[in-house]
Design a protein around this ligand. Structure first.
Ligand code: NAD
Length: 474
């Protein structure tokens, strides 16, 4: 198991306080890992700074070749990555093997192609005697900070567009899930020039804080909590750094009476509980029409009660435990407070799992009202609320009544209604008769307090580059 960080060309262990990396399925310690000290953070930034002039002047074709090599290496070591990600996150191994790791390789391949296909306004004479052209150039040293829910995928989403655009990076994975990031660092060290990518580990309040305040960092890209995003903005204001914020979500799901009940139930069982709901796009806030409401509550509760999550044979599990005891207790406290409200009904789940590991039973909370905490706040666990609506306009207003603006979905057999409602939803993404489907060609990112900036797609490449005007007098 790789436990060393990557700073320039050196793989070295941290020297500060040890962080326990846990197996969420058992609660046991996998490894203890010391975090980076201030000197190591400074050296990682210095290595990225030193590598920037060379890397940013490589051709798109050269950078593309490196990204393709990374994608090939991820595939070649797929089983190693899958085993580590499953161990560190408790994710069902089959999902990591067949969905998450292939998506990471595809992300590098997408940006390998994208950087050779950037387009923009025509060069021309917009003032007599002067020729103007637009360039898109790298920004500089990017500090990339990732959460624990999809460690390797977040690394792909952050590194691939940043590197394709010609930036150099200092990456900090979550202190809870550093294992695949460190294996990835080892893999990339054999492919990229020294200092182009550096990976350091440690807590947000120490290593992360030093990184976002570092005067030699030009851009901070973070996926995490809204509160963390605010800290990044405060730190960035000191030296006016660029920021790219992917923060939380509380996705509304509007189910109209004409939706197909079976496929809606099947979809919500999958998309509300994938990764135990530890997903900022999770289909967790359902609004159901008056005629479909009772059947949806009954059928979804029944379907959710059949989710396999704690089988000793991991190949049978559909969802993981929560990442930590703290996260599990946080989820349990939301449901506990909901259960104390008379109008709410816990129709399935609603309790801790007996035995080791940070499991929480997949839960449905019916009878929810718009002002309820379970409707308003991000639980980030296997808990879905259902609210009944009588009026479509009211449902859209409720859906938009959230501090978040990342993802949403509409379930209906009326295409006109789907188009009308999707135009009125204030979310970075709206799915129709599905949810949660992501492709590297399309952007992912939020509105409101879910942040700004896009992951994936050509839009991410734009976020990690800057448009520059060159004008020649003649
Ligand atoms: P978090 O904000 O606590 O941590 C995210 C990362 O930020 C970690 O690496 C952490 O060490 C670091 N960090 C924390 N405090 C910091 C500080 N003061 N300075 C610098 N870095 C700091 O979030 P989490 O608990 O790891 O992840 C869950 C959150 O992430 C949820 O709110 C979820 O919605 C959000 N999330 C959003 C998206 C998205 O695409 N919008 C994707 C995944 C997760």
């Amino acid at each position: 198991m790789q436990t060393k960080m990557l700073i320039g060309a050196a793989q070295e262990a941290g020297t500060e306080t040890e962080e326990q990396v846990l197996n969420p399925r058992t609660g046991e310690v996998i490894v203890k890992m010391p975090e980076a000290d201030t000197d190591q953070v400074n050296r990682a930034v210095a290595a990225a700074r030193a590598a920037f002039p060379g890397w940013s002047r490589t051709t798109p074709a050269e950078r593309s070749a490196k990204l393709l090599a990374i994608a090939d290496a991820v595939e070649a070591r797929l089983e190693d990555f899958a085993q580590l990600e499953a161990l560190n996150c408790g994710k069902p191994i089959n999902e990591v093997r067949t969905e998450e790791i292939p998506a990471v390789a595809d992300c590098f391949r997408f940006f390998a192609g994208a950087v050779r296909n950037m387009s923009g306004p025509l060069a021309g004479e917009y003032m007599e005697g002067h020729t103007s052209m637009i360039r898109r150039d790298a920004i500089g040293v990017v500090a990339s900070i990732a959460p624990w829910n999809y460690p390797l995928m977040m690394m792909g989403w952050k590194l691939a567009p940043a590197l394709a655009g010609g930036n150099t990076v200092v990456m900090k994975p979550s202190e809870q899930t550093p294992l695949t990031a460190l294996l990835m660092a080892e893999v990339m060290a054999g492919i990229l020039p020294e200092g182009v990518v550096n990976v350091i580990v440690g807590q947000g309040s120490s290593v992360g804080n030093t990184l976002i305040n570092h005067p030699d960092v030009d851009m901070v890209s973070i996926t995490g909590d809204v509160a963390t995003g605010r800290k990044v903005l405060q730190a960035a204001s000191k030296s006016v750094k660029r920021t790219h914020l992917e923060l939380g979500g509380k996705a509304p799901v509007i189910v109209f009476d004409d939706a197909d009940l079976n496929s809606t139930v099947e979809g919500l069982k999958a998309f509300g509980y994938y990764n135990a709901g530890q997903d900022c796009t999770a289909a967790c806030r359902i609004y159901a029409g008056p005629k479909i409401y009772d059947n949806l509550v009954a059928d979804l509760s029944s379907a959710v009660s059949s989710i396999v999550y704690d089988n000793a044979d991991d190949t049978l599990n559909e969802i993981p435990p929560l990442i930590s005891r703290r996260q599990r207790d946080r989820v349990a406290s939301f449901v506990q407070r909901a259960s104390e409200q008379k109008h709410l009904e816990i129709t399935t789940g609603g309790s801790l799992h007996d035995g080791p590991g940070f499991y929480y039973r997949p839960t449905v909370v019916a009878g929810a009202q718009q002002e309820d905490e379970i409707v308003q706040r991000e639980v980030f666990g296997p808990v879905v609320s259902i609210t009944r609506f009588d009026d479509a306009d009211k449902a859209v207003a409720w859906a938009n009544d959230s501090q978040y603006g990342l993802a949403s979905s509409i379930w209906t057999s009326n295409i006109g209604r789907a188009l009308d409602v999707s135009a009125r939803l204030q979310y970075g993404c709206t799915w129709v008769n599905t949810h949660f489907m992501l492709v590297n060609e399309m952007p992912h990112g939020g509105l409101k307090q879910s942040g700004y900036g896009k992951d994936m797609s050509m839009y991410a490449l734009e976020d990690y580059t800057v448009a520059r005007h060159v004008m020649i007098a003649h």
